[in-house]
Design a protein around this ligand. Structure first.
Ligand SMILES: Cc1cc2nc3c(=O)[nH]c(=O)nc-3n(C[C@H](O)[C@H](O)[C@H](O)COP(=O)(O)OP(=O)(O)OC[C@H]3O[C@@H](n4cnc5c(N)ncnc54)[C@H](O)[C@@H]3O)c2cc1C
Length: 202
């Protein structure tokens, strides 16, 4: 089906393209998603793989942004536990660190409150430094803070969103300049050779 028969054409099968395709398909738009490589082959497979509220944004007083991101993190942890997991992260504070330990502690307390009490934190006792973080340089180390955020497999998350879009739609696959089509697989397959995915809502 040529693109002019679609309500919406999205270029790029990263997390944004797949997310928009999912929202559009769920809202009854016939949607064409075009990806030149494989789904999640761009930045969406090369991120830090964190699902976080943005601890560092607190320094810029972006409280609403952090609160909203933390709420979205909790939703993802709730609906997709196979894709996102809560993890402990550690912040070592050295005597020469730009931010003193008390400031980190205040930030983590604020993060905890904005998360609705889900991002737990504590100061790691000195006797546990070497046990919990083997190899950590302890010279001039003042304190170590531990706090909770979430991690994901970004490529798997992107492919799952694409799969979710497919559940709203009938999908046809087009590979431009390839006749006959070769090795066509579903959108969730790794090393997927799909060049374009069109989604027609029932
Ligand atoms: C180092 C790093 C760390 C990050 N850490 C985090 C984090 O912790 N948490 C977080 O939420 N975000 C993080 N991000 C940001 C996040 O990864 C990006 O915002 C997100 O992946 C961008 O998604 P995208 O869909 O816009 O782009 P991409 O994933 O790059 O997707 C774009 C797609 O478009 C395709 N494309 C390009 N041109 C064309 C064309 N002409 N025709 C067809 N297809 C085309 C590409 O092949 C690609 O697949 C991080 C980013 C980086 C670089």
């Amino acid at each position: 089906m040529p693109p002019d028969e679609f309500d919406l054409c999205i270029v790029g099968g990263g997390i944004y393209g797949c997310g928009i395709a999912q929202a559009a398909a769920a809202s009854d738009y016939t949607t064409l998603l075009i990806e030149k490589g494989a789904l999640a082959s761009g930045t969406s497979s090369q991120s830090t793989k964190l699902i976080h509220g943005g601890l560092r944004y607190l320094e810029h007083a972006q409280l609403n942004l952090v609160r909203e991101s933390l709420q979205e993190r909790e939703i993802l942890l709730d609906i997709a536990p196979e894709l996102a997991s809560r993890e402990w992260f550690y912040i070592p504070v050295y005597r020469s660190s730009r931010r003193p330990g008390w400031m980190i502690g205040c930030g983590l307390m604020l993060y905890y409150l904005l998360s609705g009490g889900t991002s737990h934190f504590h100061r790691l006792p000195k006797r546990q430094w070497g046990k919990v973080l083997p190899g950590l340089k302890q010279e001039q180390l003042h304190s170590v803070w531990a706090y909770q955020d979430a991690a994901t497999d970004d490529a798997a998350l992107t492919r799952a969103v694409a799969e979710s879009a497919r559940s709203f739609a009938v999908i046809s696959v087009n590979i431009p300049n390839s006749s006959p089509p070769r090795q066509i697989r579903t959108a969730g397959t790794s090393n997927c050779p799909i060049r374009a995915i069109s989604m027609h809502v029932h």
